[in-house]
Ligand binder design. Structure first.
Ligand code: GTP
Ligand code: IMP
Ligand code: MG
Length: 360
């Protein structure tokens, strides 16, 4: 029997908690390969494991599963310095490979990514946009041109397809989110590539007919880092009027968090700051229209919901549906109706095991 390929993608504007869902699936489903797709080190996936927090921009989050081989696909940009630092940090030298054709981010790309249009739209400054532009202009360096990367080079599509043919399961971690797609997001406030499951396949050299599952991750509310004037961020008035948000604001104030406005206080209370840049994220109500569109275009087979415990703290750490409070259960059921899809993974905390797994 051929192996299963499962792709994890973001359904909103990135930072949905893909890192958390991947960490659980890597430990629980025990895939033999965890492969990273997406733009590059503009993404920061957070993983909590054994009391430590990792902010991973290059190495797949699935590294915590020690049986897994780790790959970075040809479509994904590599920052050699960052990559080598993370190899060291995660102790994965003997089991991580990058495709020899990955395009390389150079210092000049990072400098370019902090001025002009990049500065205007508030990019992560990680050099991804300029490096992708160089790649399209056929002037980028490739991984095989960098001597320090030599021992990590591989033909990733060959390795992955051999594994699939041999019956091994593959977990694919995409990055960013549907609303940041170069094609489908609020242009020009977008990243430098499409961010859907189809692009993740192309990044890794996996044919679409080999995909078994596309898991779209949503957070219980939305957050956005970087500029996007088209988003309806929660106003202080809306926060004060909403039963859920006004309760959370009260909790935030009781905890004496920083922030001048109600929006800022909630963002601080939720610890919503960029993994890559440390910039504060802004909070918005769940966008159902965007969610519908994301499910369709990604061809979702499963939906994962994260951060339920932030809206309903009494649910923190729940592992079964019956442990959820009635208001949290109603919230999930209501969301399932509105998005027109069952939610099969419900995350109730940042640690891998804090999850309700309802997959068959
Ligand atoms: P990008 O690839 O940059 O889009 O990131 P991401 O989707 O991996 O998300 P990121 O890790 O940047 O941000 C999510 C934040 O929420 C992290 O701090 C996670 O540890 C945290 N988190 C994820 N799931 C849960 C959850 O269910 N509950 C709580 N309390 N925190 C969570
Ligand atoms: P770039 O990808 O660095 O060019 O940034 C373009 C836009 O996408 C900016 O608004 C960034 O904040 C946003 N962005 C890019 N990658 C991520 C991510 O992984 N999480 C959240 N926002 C991101
Ligand atoms: Mg992130």
């Amino acid at each position: 029997m051929r192996g299963k390929v499962s792709i994890i993608v973001g359904g909103h504007y990135g930072d949905e908690g893909k890192g958390k869902i991947i960490s659980y699936l890597a430990l629980h489903d025990r895939p033999t390969i965890v492969a990273r797709a997406g733009v590059g080190p503009n993404a920061g996936h957070s993983v909590y494991y054994r009391g430590k927090k990792y902010g991973l921009r290059m190495i797949p989050c699935g590294f915590i599963a020690e049986q897994a081989k780790l790959y970075i696909g040809a479509g994904t940009l590599v920052d050699p310095e960052r990559f080598l630092k993370e190899v060291e940090m995660t102790g994965t030298k003997s089991r991580v490979w990058i495709d020899k054709r990955c395009a390389i981010i150079e210092e000049k790309h990072k400098r370019e990514d902090r001025v002009g249009k990049a500065n205007e739209i508030g990019t992560t400054g990680s050099g991804c946009g300029p490096a992708n532009a160089a790649r399209v202009n056929r002037i980028a360096k490739q991984a095989r041109d960098i001597p320090e990367l030599e021992q990590y080079l591989a033909d990733v599509p060959l390795e992955i397809n051999k594994a699939i043919d041999g019956g091994e399961d593959i977990l694919v971690e995409a990055s960013q989110g549907f609303g940041l797609s170069l094609y489908y997001g609020n242009y020009p406030y977008v990243t430098s590539k499409d961010t859907t499951a189809s692009s993740a396949c192309a990044d890794l050299g996996i044919g679409p007919t080999n995909v078994s599952d596309v898991i779209v991750v949503f957070k219980a509310y939305m957050s956005r880092v970087g500029r996007d004037p088209y988003i309806n961020y929660l106003s202080d008035e809306e926060i004060k009027k909403s039963p859920i948000w006004s309760r959370i604001l009260k909790e935030a104030e009781e905890n004496k968090v920083q922030g001048k406005t109600a929006q800022e206080k909630i963002a601080y209370y939720f610890d919503e700051k960029g993994t890559v840049t440390g910039r504060p994220r802004k909070i918005a109500e769940f966008d159902y229209q965007l969610a519908h569109y994301a499910l369709k275009v990604n061809g979702a087979t499963q939906v994962a919901l994260t951060c339920l415990d932030k809206l309903f703290p009494e649910c923190r750490g729940a592992r079964e549906l019956k442990e959820l409070s009635s208001s949290a259960k109603n919230f999930v059921e209501n969301m399932e109706k509105k998005i027109g899809h069952r939610i099969t993974l419900i995350s109730t905390g940042p640690n891998p095991e804090e999850i309700i797994d309802l997959r068959c």
